[in-house]
Ligand binder design. Sequence first.
Ligand code: NAP
Length: 398
Amino acid sequence: MANKITLNGDGSLEVPDSPIIPFIEGDGSGVDIWPAARHVLDAAAAKHGRTVEWREVLAGEKAFNETGEWLPQETIETFQEYLIGIKGPLTTPIGGGFRSLNVAIRQILDLYVCLRPVRWFPGVPSPVKRPQDVDMVIFRENTEDIYAGLEVEAFTPEAKKLRDLLKDSFGWEIREDSGIGIKPISKSGSQRLQRAALNYAIERGRNRVTWVHKGNIMKYTEGAFRKWGYELVTEEFSDKAVGWEDCGGDSGDKILVSDVIADIALQQVLTRPKEFEVIATMNLNGDYLSDALAAQVGGIGIAPGGNANYVTGHGIFEATHGTAPKYAGQDKVNPSSVLLSGVLMFEHIGWSDAAADIERALEATIADKVVTYDFARQMEDATEVKCSEFASAIVDRL
Ligand code: NAP
C-alpha cells in the first residue's frame, strides 16, 4: 500500500517502499518530457522492488483551464502534506498576479536551497575541451538577495519616499531618476544554506566546499555571507571541515572550505573546474553560475534542479529549462533535465541505487549516440530519436 513520506525527529526522511509523490506535468513540452521521465523512473524503481504512486497536482495553464487559478491552493497543500514532489516547466502567466509560479512555489514552501548538480555525460556535445573535469554541485540561496522583490520603480512616489528616507537617515544621495532595489542577506538565511552545503559534502564524501561571493565590494551583504560561512565551519563543523585560513590549504582528511570572489569564480570554473566540488552562494551569483556551468556540460536540455528545505523536509525537483512551447506535443524535446531531476529526487529520498542505475543507463544511451534532436544536431553519426523513444532506449539499458 502506498504511503506518505514523513519527517523523522532527527530531520531525516522516512521513505516507504511505495511512496506517494505529487507531480506537476508542466506546460508546453511538459506533456512530452514528463511521461518519458516517469517511464524511466518507474522502471528503475521497480528494479529495486519499489513503486512510486504518482499523484497529479495542477499548476500553470492546465490548472488555469480547469480551475481558473494558476496555482490552486490544493496543489500547495498537497506538496505541504507529501513533502517531496517533482514538476515540469511552467509558463509564467502574464498579468496573472505572480512574478513566476516557480518562484511562488519556492517562497510559499520556503525552499531555501536551489540545488543544481553539474556533471558531464560522455558523448554530450560541449563547448569546452575537458567537460569531464566538471563535477560540481551548486547550492544557490533561494529566498533572499536582490531577488527578494523589494524594489521601487523610478519616478514613483515610493521611489521618492525611499530616497528621502535614505537621505534623511543616512545622508545617502541617490539620483532622482533612479529605481531602487534592496538586497537583504541575513545570517540565518546564509548559514542554513551553508549548513546544507556542508552536510551534503559530508554525506557524499566530497572534499571541497567553496563560498562564492562579491564581498570585496558588497561588504555587509556578500562579505558577511563569507564571514558567517567560516564562522559556521568553526562553530558547528570543526570535526569534519576546516577553513582555508585555519589550515593554509592543507585540510588533511577534513573538508577544505575556501571562498572565491564571484567574477574570478566564473573564470576558474572554466579554467580549473577540478578545484570546485560543492559551491554555496547567494541568489544572483547562483543564477549566473548554474547556467554558465550547465552550458559547459551540454546545456539546459540536460541540467537538473531541486529546491529544498532541509528543516521541514520539503523538496520539489524540477526541469531547469522552460516550456519550449514551439515543440509542445511533438514528442521531440530532450527529457533528460526532468529525468535527472527525478534522479536527484531519488538520491534525496535515499534511493541511490535506482538513481545510479538511471545515470548509468542514460550514459550508455548517449554513448551509443541514441539521442534527441538537440544533441543529434551537434553530434556526428547520431541516431535521432523521439522523446519517448529516448526514454525507452534508457529503460532498455537499465
Ligand atoms: P525555454 O522553454 O527553456 O526554451 C528555449 C530553448 O531551449 C528552446 O527553444 C530549445 O532550443 C531549448 N530547450 C528547452 N527545453 C529543451 C528540452 N527539453 N530539450 C531540448 N532543448 C530544449 O525558454 P523560453 O522559450 O524562454 O521560455 C518559454 C516559457 O517557459 C516561458 O513562459 C517562460 O516563462 C517559461 N520558463 C519556465 C521555467 C520553469 O518552469 N522552470 C524556466 C524558464 C522559462 P532550440 O530552439 O535551440 O531547439
